[in-house]
Ligand binder design. Structure first.
Ligand code: ADP
Length: 546
């Protein structure tokens, strides 16, 4: 028997319509370095319509890719709605990609128009002249765009405001097939070329609903959401859409992503919710502690992208009463996959055992652990294997690149290794490419890092595998100390041996000025491994200082 329900495709235009109609006075706030710029949802929706008219006039039609090379700001939110809703495909370009990779993803996606922040025009100009699909650059904001001048057909750019000016504030958003692509993101391609993931209207709609749920991030019209995670990093974890559909204000920091301006934004705008990777919160905390800043405005913060150290969560909570909620996800999973909310009735010290994990699957995402033989491992919290996931907002292939080795019977192989327990909590011990195999056993680099970062003298710690004649591989701990703090390898090794198995404790240590970061702010372990291989790290033994 067929149901009696109406057919209504799940489209990004519905998110746009709902936010604009139901929460017209909610606002998008953009930090401009010395002041804040504000626009209501009603105004942003009207400008999204103008943008769509402007893009249509540039020849953008259904299925065409429009790139954005932008920080987080109001115009980028307008692009998030206009481009998918008109039937084109939003392709968020990572501002920090190496030139060859940037060129590769523009070519691969076949972007026809690129919206580019004036502030980063020179970065795009380095490669875009060679990208044959690109017909026009639209410049967002003020700044020197002379870098485009020598680029022949791209020399003449269009100012974003000119593209919008005088155009109708309504657009007849088409009814689309919900399975069509709405947006694209490329993975950062730590090995080989980046791989493209395209989100459908349907997956975006469902993911947005899931991330507002009280079972996950609980975003509502009572919130003001500070979106630190870049809009080019897995759609800013979907926050522009989830905040919009639930009426939460969006606070956008533009290129001001250092601790000092972020704290300034927090103190001035008092967001109640925010999302960023652990390295950002670590920097913000260090700054706020040393400047007596107030971070108590948040009801909660979501943090993920890499393991969140317990010490970071504890300090935020003790000092400011703000819980940091750990979440796990990937570009390939839209990205929300799991959220670490403890089971009911578990509080205090017991809750930490859950909060320090990657969490439980969000409704809509199914997770399993598969062992080295390809068999599904029991959900016992002990059996280790690779996580595999599936669900309506998990990618089933890569754009123009089937990559069969990344899929297994319809499940996405995540490249993350760990366990799942009886209650469904995932513990990630490593990424497959970062595991340390020593004497046939695995050491979790993530756990070593988390424990080390709990030492009062340690600001950051990254642990990588280095070759070892006897054991195959052994851990090398690369440590950044807090300013003015001191600790010897012997002290740190002693601290570790009270907290992890003795055979895990690194024999080799390197004190570094900073841990290299990837384009989205994660520890870049392949750089550390390369530096070690080239003899560029000063390595000392664990007995040093004993
Ligand atoms: P990249 O490959 O550039 O890091 P993604 O942002 O898609 O791109 O990263 C996804 C990966 O980030 C996951 O596969 C996982 O290894 C890591 N990750 C995300 N959240 C967590 C978390 N809470 N704990 C540990 N690792 C995480």
């Amino acid at each position: 028997m067929r149901s009696t329900m109406q057919e209504a495709p799940l489209l990004v235009r519905e998110i746009l319509r709902h936010g604009a109609q139901v929460y017209p006075t909610s606002e998008v706030v953009t930090f401009e370095g010395d002041h804040f710029r504000r626009a209501s949802f009603a105004e942003v929706a009207a400008r999204a319509a103008q943008l769509a008219h402007g893009l249509a006039e540039l020849g953008i039609g259904q299925g065409d890719r429009v790139g954005t090379f932008c920080f987080n700001h109001q115009e980028h939110v307008e692009a998030y709605f206009a481009i998918p809703s008109m039937g084109a495909v939003l392709h968020t370009l990572n501002i920090r990609l190496f030139p060859e990779q940037l060129k590769y993803v523009i070519d691969h996606a076949g972007d026809r128009v690129i919206l580019c922040d004036a502030a980063v025009a020179p970065l795009l100009a380095r490669v875009v002249g060679e990208c044959e699909s690109v017909e026009r650059i639209v410049v967002v904001g003020e700044g020197d765009t002379s870098a485009f001048a020598p680029l022949g057909r791209l020399a003449e750019t269009t100012a974003y405001e000119d593209l919008l000016a005088g155009r109708p504030e309504q657009y007849d958003w088409p009814v689309l097939d919900e399975h069509e692509a709405a947006a694209m993101c490329y993975t950062s391609g730590t090995t080989g070329n980046p791989k493209g993931v395209s989100y459908s209207h349907r997956s975006t709609y469902l993911h947005s609903l899931a991330s507002t749920s009280a079972a996950t991030l609980g975003i509502s019209s009572h919130d003001r959401a500070l979106v630190v995670v870049p809009q080019f990093h897995a759609n800013a974890w979907g926050m522009p859409y989830s905040a919009w559909l639930s009426g939460a204000d969006l606070i956008m920091p533009k290129q001001f992503l250092q601790a000092e301006p972020l704290v300034k934004i927090i103190e001035a705008e008092r967001p109640t919710f925010a999302g960023a990777v652990p390295t950002i919160w670590n920097d913000v905390l260090r700054y706020a502690e040393s400047h007596g800043s107030d971070l108590s405005c948040f009801r909660s913060i979501v943090c993920g992208g890499s393991a969140v150290p317990r010490s970071l969560m504890e300090r935020f909570e003790e000092r400011y009463g703000v819980p940091i909620i750990q979440a796990w996800g990937m570009t390939e999973t839209s990205p929300l996959g799991s959220v670490a909310i403890p089971p009911r009735g578990v509080e205090g010290e017991d809750a930490w055992a859950y909060r320090t994990k990657a969490g439980r699957a969000v409704f809509g995402v199914e997770v399993r652990v598969v062992d080295g033989t390809g068999a599904v491992a029991p959900r016992d919290g002990r059996s280790v294997g690779e996580f595999e996931v599936r669900g309506p907002w998990v990618t089933g292939s890569y754009q123009g690149d089937p990559s069969p080795e990344r899929f297994h019977d319809g499940w996405l192989r995540t490249g993350d290794v760990g366990t799942v327990d009886e209650l469904g909590y995932l513990t990630i011990t490593d990424r497959t490419k970062d595991v340390i195999k020593t004497g046939g056993e695995w050491i979790s680099s993530v756990e070593l890092e988390n424990v080390l970062m709990g030492h009062p003298a340690v600001f950051e710690a990254a642990v990588v595998a280095i070759p070892d004649e006897r054991w195959d591989e052994r851990p090398l701990a690369c440590v950044v100390l807090h300013e003015g703090a001191s600790a010897t390898p012997a002290e740190l090794a002693a601290y570790l041996s009270e907290r992890v198995a003795r055979w895990w404790v690194p024999e080799r240590w390197a004190f570094v000025a900073e841990v290299p970061k990837t384009s989205v702010g994660k520890f870049d372990k392949k750089v550390l491994r390369a530096e070690f291989a080239k003899g560029e790290l000063t390595v000392v033994g664990a007995e040093a200082g004993a």
